[in-house]
Design a binder for this molecule. Structure first.
Ligand code: BG6
Length: 477
């Protein structure tokens, strides 16, 4: 039995353009949906403002200035031995408003430079086409993904970058955590996934399914087109994968947990199998929902199945049928109760390494296609000691426990896993709270929520630890 990770396993790190780049209006970049999101905190929601306001602080505008500093940052990734680096292309650097015909050459050149720098060190770029970065103009003019027209704008954008970088990028993903918007009662998710703000005439859940349909069709078109542009492309979907456990062995809890998992599987089922599952058609019929579809959509979905499942994994949740109800806030899932068997981070994310092995097995058994863990990590407050060191043993502990379970999935369970890119390999702006203080990185960035800090970079203890993991192909734990 092979008892190690495959030799070509893609160890690396992950970020998203909007959480690191900064330069939000540099070189012709247009405002995206995150450029109108204020900062927040664990107990304070981020506010969506109507355009950019002079009296609001927008953390993503400056982020960690990866746009101006990528060469130095990539040198550090190379020092850790990264085999790959996941980031996204900021759609609004290429098409500032989203509905233009001609792309912005400055934006295209930036990603040429970025990819060349990665390739110089033998680091494979892994690229998300849309990581919560749709042009805000498309929200204002077209209502975001409510409009079918956005399918064409997205396909045009994807075609432009896939043609431009066809010799530099092999691994792509279409929509980051497309399933977040299933939590339609928390405004951040609909806005960042699809540019949707619900109005009084909406049935929010039905509207959510409609915009998701447009995205699934767009994704399928892009997968087909990408394979025509370069048959060697590997194009994945990306699911925010939070396994939902039954709180008890009561049959009602088991069934409810199983039904709740459809909040994840609906998305990956369509991406991977090219058709809507019967459970969603039954749900739409029972609720009287009508989702507008073009007669050609069925065929489009069939022809655009993804090559692999990209997933993020941070936590698990447990649900009880006796606690059913609406989603509550950011980490509230319908029916969820704190799981007494696991601990949680300061942000309430339940820490469950075994849940990662469980998730990998579920996805492997369901699709029989390669899996790629494109996010996993521990958001925590770091302390800089008097000598400048940062002893983030809690992060090492979290990651090591997850890597152990990931290895069991590969070695003992035979899961086809192609890579692992821990989230926020360099500190960046938190997505859900907009904070700097929720840090994930192996590299510390001296920047704080009060605006202070000189953006200097320094290595945390986890930097050398992760370097050792990569060097030994996961054997140094
Ligand atoms: C995922 C997103 O939801 O989780 C990332 O794809 C995000 O963009 C990450 O940053 C961690 O979330 P947060 O809120 O801790 O930054």
């Amino acid at each position: 039995m092979n008892n190690a990770f495959p030799k070509n396993f893609l160890w690396g790190g992950a970020v998203a353009a909007h959480q690191v780049e900064g330069g939000w209006n540099r070189d012709g970049k247009g405002p995206s949906v995150v450029d109108v999101l204020s900062g927040g905190a664990v107990d304070k929601d981020r506010i969506i403002t109507d355009g950019v306001k002079s009296d609001t602080f927008y953390p993503n505008h400056e982020a960690i200035d990866f746009h101006g500093n990528f060469k130095e940052d990539i040198a550090l990734f190379a020092e850790m031995g990264f085999k790959c680096f996941r980031t996204s292309i900021a759609w609004t650097r290429i098409f500032p408003q989203g509905d233009e015909i001609e792309p912005n050459e400055f934006g295209l050149q930036f990603y040429d430079d970025l990819f060349d720098e990665l390739l110089k060190y033998g680091i494979e770029p892994v690229i998300t086409l849309s990581h919560f970065e749709m042009p805000n103009h498309l929200v204002k003019e077209y209502g975001g993904w409510r409009s079918r027209k956005v399918i064409d704008f997205f396909v045009h954008y994807a075609e432009t970058v896939m043609k431009r970088y066809k010799g530099k990028v092999k691994y792509w993903m279409t929509f980051n955590e497309i399933n977040n918007q299933k939590n339609y009662s928390y405004p951040l998710f609909g806005y960042t996934c699809s540019g949707v703000v619900f109005n009084d005439d909406d049935k929010p859940e039905q509207t959510m399914y409609q915009v998701v349909h447009h995205q699934l069709v767009a994704s399928a078109k892009v997968v087909k087109l990408g394979h025509q542009i370069n048959p060697a492309f590997k194009i994945g979907c990306m699911i925010g994968f939070i396994p939902i456990y039954p709180y008890s062995c009561a049959p009602d809890d088991i069934l409810f947990a199983n039904q709740s998992m459809r909040d994840r599987f609906l998305f990956s089922d369509v991406h991977m199998r090219g058709e809507y599952p019967s459970y969603i058609e039954a749900e739409w019929a029972a609720k009287g929902y009508h989702i507008e579809m073009d007669p050609s959509d069925k065929q489009t979905l069939k022809e655009g199945c993804c090559d692999y499942v990209g997933l993020s994994y941070y936590m698990s949740v447990a649900v009880s049928a006796t606690n059913k109800g609406e989603s509550k806030g950011l980490t509230g899932f319908p029916g969820s109760l704190p799981n007494p068997h696991v601990k949680a981070s300061d942000w309430g994310w339940q820490i469950d390494p075994v849940g990662l092995r469980y998730s990998l097995n579920m996805l492997h058994e369901r699709y029989q296609k390669p899996l790629f863990i494109v996010e996993n990590g521990f958001g925590a407050v770091d302390t800089v000691e008097a000598d400048g060191s940062i002893n983030d043993d809690y992060r090492i502990g979290y990651l090591e426990a997850h890597i152990r379970e990931m290895k069991k999935a590969v070695v003992e369970d035979g899961v086809d896993l192609i890579g692992y890119t821990p989230w926020g390999c360099i500190d960046c702006v938190s997505f859900t709270t907009g904070e700097y203080k929720k840090r994930y990185g192996f590299i510390y960035v001296n920047k704080h929520d009060d605006g202070s800090g000189d953006m200097s970079r320094s290595k945390k203890k986890s930097f050398d630890w992760y370097k050792g993991i990569i060097e030994s192909n996961g054997e140094s734990m």
